[in-house]
Design a protein around this ligand. Structure first.
Ligand code: CA
Length: 234
């Protein structure tokens, strides 16, 4: 059995040990790097399946590590889960825009940690294969047909503008993962529309209204952006 290697980048030994303990108990192989420089070396040598990256690091900080990893084509697909302090929304936004996939704020529960790690690894193995197909979400209640540009809720088609459609599809392609407003703008751009941060909010409001009973599926992440919720309370 080839356990997947998770590289944990964290200078605080206590936190690193705790993460290592829980991941190993769940069957992962774990390597710890205590600085940004070590992290960059280890990524080359270990070829980890996932990077758990604290942002506050000596020498080279986590954002810079993220930037350098994404600048290297070889590791463009390496899932990166950021660890951040509470109240560091601007770092979270910066990290997501530099290419990190997700984040967790400290302190976090082991259960959340494992769920996030598994979700990221799953997503990567699925390799965004939903590209041209019909996305079926929320137990089939929401269907997004990317080819025919049709969205239906509980079997009934709903009317979305092109911008609203692209926005919803962008979020729904990565359920559970937050997207910043700028990422949404970049993804929707090209659908013959010009978006700003404010207009993203307006379009989200419209999408929610049209989703009717599934309105809570598009969740606001305060200070960061929006995400498609896998299990909204509807
Ligand atoms: Ca730290």
């Amino acid at each position: 059995m080839s356990a997947e290697t998770v590289l944990v980048v964290e200078d605080e030994a206590e936190i690193a040990d705790l993460i290592k303990f829980h991941l190993e108990r769940d069957g992962f192989r774990v390597s710890v790097a205590r600085s940004g420089r070590k992290a960059l070396e280890s990524v080359q040598v270990l070829e980890p399946a996932l990077l758990l990256l604290d942002l506050m690091l000596p020498e080279i900080d986590g954002l810079e590590v993220c930037r350098r990893i994404r600048a290297n084509n070889e590791h463009a697909d390496l899932p990166i889960l950021m660890l951040t302090a509470k109240g560091s929304e601007s770092d979270i936004v910066a990290g997501l825009e530099l290419g990190a996939d997700d984040y967790m704020t400290k302190p976090f529960s082991p259960r959340v940690l494992l769920a996030r790690v598994r979700a990221l690894l799953r997503r990567n193995s699925a390799a965004d294969s939903a590209g041209g197909r019909v996305l079926s979400l929320l137990g089939g209640r929401l269907q997004i047909d990317a080819v025919r540009h049709v969205v239906s809720v509980d079997g009934a088609p709903i009317e979305l503008t092109i911008t609203e459609f692209e926005l919803l599809r962008h979020l729904a392609l990565r359920p559970g993962f937050v997207r910043t407003r700028d990422q949404i703008i970049a993804a929707v751009h090209g659908a013959n529309t010009i978006l700003s941060s404010r207009t993203v909010d307006v379009h989200v409001t419209a999408v929610r209204r049209k989703l009717g009973p599934l309105t809570d599926a598009v969740e606001t992440v305060r200070g960061v952006g929006y995400r498609f919720c896998e299990a909204p309370t509807v």
